[in-house]
Ligand binder design. Structure first.
Ligand SMILES: Cc1cc2nc3c(=O)[nH]c(=O)nc-3n(C[C@H](O)[C@H](O)[C@H](O)COP(=O)(O)O)c2cc1C
Length: 176
Protein backbone atom coordinates (compact mmCIF):
# COMPACT_ATOMS: atom_id res chain seq x y z
CA UNK A 1 0.00 0.00 0.00
CA UNK A 2 2.69 2.53 0.92
CA UNK A 3 4.39 1.95 -2.46
CA UNK A 4 1.09 2.63 -4.19
CA UNK A 5 0.66 5.86 -2.21
CA UNK A 6 4.19 7.02 -3.00
CA UNK A 7 3.77 6.31 -6.70
CA UNK A 8 0.21 7.55 -7.26
CA UNK A 9 -0.08 10.92 -8.98
CA UNK A 10 -3.08 12.51 -10.65
CA UNK A 11 -3.10 11.68 -14.35
CA UNK A 12 -4.79 14.13 -16.71
CA UNK A 13 -3.39 12.89 -19.99
CA UNK A 14 -4.58 9.52 -21.26
CA UNK A 15 -3.89 7.11 -24.10
CA UNK A 16 -6.85 6.32 -26.35
CA UNK A 17 -6.64 2.62 -25.42
CA UNK A 18 -10.00 1.52 -24.04
CA UNK A 19 -10.07 -0.09 -20.60
CA UNK A 20 -10.60 -3.85 -20.67
CA UNK A 21 -14.00 -5.02 -19.44
CA UNK A 22 -12.37 -7.10 -16.69
CA UNK A 23 -10.66 -4.00 -15.30
CA UNK A 24 -13.92 -2.03 -15.45
CA UNK A 25 -15.58 -4.84 -13.51
CA UNK A 26 -12.83 -4.68 -10.87
CA UNK A 27 -13.36 -0.93 -10.56
CA UNK A 28 -17.10 -1.48 -10.13
CA UNK A 29 -16.47 -4.06 -7.41
CA UNK A 30 -14.07 -1.70 -5.62
CA UNK A 31 -16.58 1.14 -5.68
CA UNK A 32 -19.28 -1.11 -4.25
CA UNK A 33 -16.92 -2.32 -1.51
CA UNK A 34 -16.31 1.23 -0.25
CA UNK A 35 -17.08 1.61 3.43
CA UNK A 36 -19.86 4.01 4.37
CA UNK A 37 -21.30 5.40 7.59
CA UNK A 38 -23.76 2.94 9.16
CA UNK A 39 -23.24 0.90 5.99
CA UNK A 40 -25.93 3.04 4.34
CA UNK A 41 -24.15 3.05 0.99
CA UNK A 42 -25.82 6.25 -0.21
CA UNK A 43 -23.78 6.33 -3.43
CA UNK A 44 -24.51 5.42 -7.04
CA UNK A 45 -22.09 5.45 -9.97
CA UNK A 46 -22.52 6.30 -13.62
CA UNK A 47 -19.90 4.90 -15.96
CA UNK A 48 -19.40 7.14 -18.98
CA UNK A 49 -17.30 6.06 -21.96
CA UNK A 50 -19.15 7.83 -24.75
CA UNK A 51 -16.74 10.35 -26.34
CA UNK A 52 -19.44 12.97 -26.92
CA UNK A 53 -20.66 12.76 -23.34
CA UNK A 54 -17.11 12.96 -21.97
CA UNK A 55 -16.60 16.04 -24.11
CA UNK A 56 -19.74 17.61 -22.58
CA UNK A 57 -18.64 16.61 -19.08
CA UNK A 58 -15.29 18.27 -19.73
CA UNK A 59 -17.19 21.58 -19.58
CA UNK A 60 -18.57 20.87 -16.10
CA UNK A 61 -16.24 23.38 -14.50
CA UNK A 62 -14.71 26.66 -15.54
CA UNK A 63 -11.31 25.22 -14.63
CA UNK A 64 -10.08 21.74 -13.89
CA UNK A 65 -12.32 19.50 -16.00
CA UNK A 66 -11.13 19.98 -19.60
CA UNK A 67 -8.97 16.84 -19.58
CA UNK A 68 -12.14 14.71 -19.29
CA UNK A 69 -12.62 15.02 -23.03
CA UNK A 70 -9.50 12.92 -23.60
CA UNK A 71 -10.25 10.29 -20.97
CA UNK A 72 -11.49 6.91 -22.23
CA UNK A 73 -13.88 6.66 -19.32
CA UNK A 74 -15.08 8.22 -16.11
CA UNK A 75 -17.07 7.26 -13.03
CA UNK A 76 -19.54 9.91 -11.96
CA UNK A 77 -20.02 9.58 -8.21
CA UNK A 78 -23.52 10.45 -7.06
CA UNK A 79 -25.05 10.17 -3.58
CA UNK A 80 -28.41 10.60 -1.93
CA UNK A 81 -28.24 13.18 0.87
CA UNK A 82 -31.55 11.88 2.24
CA UNK A 83 -30.08 8.42 2.79
CA UNK A 84 -27.07 9.67 4.77
CA UNK A 85 -26.20 12.98 6.45
CA UNK A 86 -22.53 12.17 5.82
CA UNK A 87 -22.93 11.41 2.13
CA UNK A 88 -20.01 13.73 1.30
CA UNK A 89 -17.64 11.51 3.28
CA UNK A 90 -19.17 8.34 1.83
CA UNK A 91 -18.97 9.60 -1.75
CA UNK A 92 -15.41 10.84 -1.20
CA UNK A 93 -14.29 7.48 0.15
CA UNK A 94 -15.82 5.76 -2.88
CA UNK A 95 -14.05 8.24 -5.16
CA UNK A 96 -10.61 7.63 -3.65
CA UNK A 97 -11.24 3.89 -3.56
CA UNK A 98 -11.77 4.06 -7.32
CA UNK A 99 -8.53 6.01 -7.72
CA UNK A 100 -6.44 3.61 -5.63
CA UNK A 101 -7.95 0.60 -7.37
CA UNK A 102 -7.22 2.16 -10.77
CA UNK A 103 -3.60 2.45 -9.66
CA UNK A 104 -3.43 -1.29 -8.88
CA UNK A 105 -4.65 -1.96 -12.45
CA UNK A 106 -1.87 0.20 -13.97
CA UNK A 107 -4.45 2.83 -14.82
CA UNK A 108 -4.14 6.53 -14.10
CA UNK A 109 -6.92 8.68 -12.70
CA UNK A 110 -7.88 12.15 -11.61
CA UNK A 111 -10.67 13.50 -9.40
CA UNK A 112 -12.84 16.25 -10.85
CA UNK A 113 -14.61 18.10 -8.06
CA UNK A 114 -18.27 18.78 -8.89
CA UNK A 115 -19.89 19.55 -5.54
CA UNK A 116 -19.67 23.30 -4.76
CA UNK A 117 -18.11 24.12 -8.12
CA UNK A 118 -19.39 26.17 -11.07
CA UNK A 119 -19.07 26.60 -14.82
CA UNK A 120 -20.20 29.43 -17.12
CA UNK A 121 -23.81 28.21 -16.90
CA UNK A 122 -23.99 27.99 -13.10
CA UNK A 123 -23.61 25.11 -10.65
CA UNK A 124 -21.48 22.23 -11.95
CA UNK A 125 -23.78 19.83 -10.17
CA UNK A 126 -26.87 21.00 -12.07
CA UNK A 127 -24.97 20.88 -15.34
CA UNK A 128 -23.96 17.24 -14.72
CA UNK A 129 -27.43 16.30 -13.42
CA UNK A 130 -29.03 17.61 -16.61
CA UNK A 131 -26.54 15.92 -18.93
CA UNK A 132 -26.88 12.50 -17.30
CA UNK A 133 -30.56 12.53 -16.24
CA UNK A 134 -29.62 12.46 -12.58
CA UNK A 135 -32.62 13.23 -10.34
CA UNK A 136 -32.39 16.59 -8.55
CA UNK A 137 -32.33 14.94 -5.10
CA UNK A 138 -29.16 13.00 -5.97
CA UNK A 139 -25.99 14.99 -5.30
CA UNK A 140 -22.96 14.83 -7.57
CA UNK A 141 -19.71 14.66 -5.61
CA UNK A 142 -17.07 14.00 -8.24
CA UNK A 143 -16.17 12.63 -11.62
CA UNK A 144 -13.21 10.24 -11.58
CA UNK A 145 -11.46 10.18 -14.95
CA UNK A 146 -9.67 6.88 -15.61
CA UNK A 147 -7.42 5.61 -18.38
CA UNK A 148 -3.98 4.40 -19.38
CA UNK A 149 -1.55 7.21 -18.51
CA UNK A 150 0.02 9.23 -21.29
CA UNK A 151 2.22 11.18 -18.89
CA UNK A 152 4.78 10.21 -16.30
CA UNK A 153 4.97 12.28 -13.15
CA UNK A 154 7.57 12.20 -10.41
CA UNK A 155 6.67 10.00 -7.50
CA UNK A 156 6.54 11.55 -4.04
CA UNK A 157 9.78 11.83 -2.11
CA UNK A 158 10.37 11.94 1.64
CA UNK A 159 11.18 15.69 1.65
CA UNK A 160 7.71 16.52 0.23
CA UNK A 161 5.92 15.04 3.24
CA UNK A 162 4.62 17.61 5.75
CA UNK A 163 5.80 15.91 8.93
CA UNK A 164 5.24 19.19 10.81
CA UNK A 165 1.51 18.42 10.61
CA UNK A 166 1.95 15.38 12.83
CA UNK A 167 1.58 15.90 16.58
CA UNK A 168 1.79 13.55 19.49
CA UNK A 169 -0.44 13.61 22.54
CA UNK A 170 -1.67 17.19 22.08
CA UNK A 171 -2.08 19.58 19.21
CA UNK A 172 1.14 21.47 18.61
CA UNK A 173 3.41 18.94 20.33
CA UNK A 174 5.83 17.47 17.87
CA UNK A 175 6.12 13.79 17.21
CA UNK A 176 9.75 12.72 17.52
C1 LIG B 1 -11.24 16.55 -3.31
C2 LIG B 1 -10.38 16.70 -4.53
C3 LIG B 1 -10.82 17.47 -5.58
C4 LIG B 1 -10.04 17.60 -6.73
N1 LIG B 1 -10.53 18.29 -7.80
C5 LIG B 1 -9.81 18.38 -8.93
C6 LIG B 1 -10.35 19.01 -10.08
O1 LIG B 1 -11.50 19.46 -10.10
N2 LIG B 1 -9.57 19.06 -11.19
C7 LIG B 1 -8.30 18.56 -11.23
O2 LIG B 1 -7.67 18.65 -12.27
N3 LIG B 1 -7.77 17.93 -10.16
C8 LIG B 1 -8.50 17.81 -9.03
N4 LIG B 1 -7.99 17.13 -7.94
C9 LIG B 1 -6.64 16.56 -8.00
C10 LIG B 1 -5.67 17.39 -7.15
O3 LIG B 1 -5.37 18.58 -7.81
C11 LIG B 1 -4.41 16.55 -6.89
O4 LIG B 1 -4.76 15.38 -6.19
C12 LIG B 1 -3.38 17.33 -6.07
O5 LIG B 1 -2.89 18.44 -6.81
C13 LIG B 1 -2.19 16.46 -5.67
O6 LIG B 1 -1.58 15.89 -6.80
P1 LIG B 1 -1.43 14.33 -6.96
O7 LIG B 1 -2.82 13.73 -7.01
O8 LIG B 1 -0.68 14.12 -8.23
O9 LIG B 1 -0.71 13.82 -5.76
C14 LIG B 1 -8.76 16.98 -6.81
C15 LIG B 1 -8.33 16.17 -5.73
C16 LIG B 1 -9.13 16.04 -4.63
C17 LIG B 1 -8.66 15.13 -3.51
Amino acid sequence: MIELLINRRSVRSFKETPIERKKVETLIKAALLSPSSKNKRPWEFIIVDDKKMLERLSKSKTNGSTFLKNAPMAFVVVADSEVSDVWVEDASIASITLQYTAETLNLGSCWVQIRNRTNEKGASEQYVQQLLNIPKNKQVESIIAIGYPDEKKKTYSEDQLLYEKIYKGRYGERYR
